[in-house]
Ligand binder design. Sequence first.
Ligand code: GLN
Length: 428
Amino acid sequence: EGFLKTVEARNEDINAFIEINTDEAIRRAEEIDSRIKRGEKTGRLAGLVIGVKSNINVQDFTVSAASKTLENYRGSYDATVIKRMKQEDAVIIGMTNMDEFAAGSSTETSFFGPTDNPAAPGRIPGGSSGGSAAAVAAEMCDIALGSDTGGSIRNPASHCGVMGFKPTYGLVSRQGLLDLAMSLDQIGPLAADVSGIKLALEVISGHDPADPTTIDGAADLEADLKLDEMKFGVVKEFFEVTDDSIDRIIQDKLGVIADEGAEIVELEFSHIDLCLPTYYLINYVEFFSATRKYDGRKYGHRIEDVCGPEVLRRIHMGSYISQKELSGRYYKRALQARSLIRREIQRILRDVDVILGPTVPKLPHSLGEELEPMEMYAYDVLTVIANLAGIPAASMMAGTVKGVPVGLQLQAKPGDDARILAAMREIA
Ligand code: GLN
């Protein structure tokens, strides 16, 4: 009831949730409460209130991906992550706002209007999981789920001053997620603290027979490491593309971490220029293919007839690049560049536990300010690497510039999600 009151008081201004199911939330909460009172065993998420990004299937909620294309699509089943959360007695209160089909970094392209940033009112919350980050920042829920294809969990976590975690590719099932680019997408949690992030990951991770790209067995998320046992890498090229004001906040934070006994070494990453072109080429092609099912027959609207300009750009570009005579020139080369990027980041990760640096290279712009596509894409330069390489990455607040939150990004080897969690716990 407390969370619902906050939603009622603040959501009209913030627009973090685009759908709330008050009756169902109260019914679930009461049912769990009465089980607690009877002394029955309850799940690990009992009493926790969850918001879900609108591109993840939840039974009887609208799974619109914030697009007019799917405005009438009601979830007819629960995604694996949702099933697992419900089994542990989570209370799902609603669906959060996002960029249309998760294709953006600002949550301004939603068919349902933009979301405001609760930590820096009047600015974008970041994206594409901007509603999820804003819902956590405004204390409208305990934990929110997001999806991250090129930064969409970490970017809004950074701008809204909360924590966000993109797991190793395959740690969490994508079954029931409307894909943006399936070789890059991962579902992950946003929360105010590390214990919320870890708990959510424990529940949603692990093998899923319905998603053949998931890991075998359960995820190991325990690492009992202290700061003075950890070695962090700092990549100088990441700072060269970052605004000075953000650079300073991150450097200050690194100073504090070093003072507490961690070892910090400098690393070089030579492919920073390749990251955005490689990411967007792959994104366009995979997204184009994912959108062919929205042809108007099953879901009501044909996507090209109703979508916004960014989604249309990706469909056109993806279609163009996919043509046989062009795919060698663009798509195949992007796949080669992806291998280079993956090898290079894995090489520099060999010598350290975690790479630390800025999450987003610039501060969030004001709502309503119009950016060119390339300026928008520039937000993603530091986050796409983890998706291209399939490695785990997270963002937590490092400090603020004139009151605007700035995120510290942590990246580790594939499967080393536990080490990032340990580092977050020790740094927080
Ligand atoms: N901003 C990036 C894009 O527009 C990332 C989106 C995401 O991670 N879903 O593709």
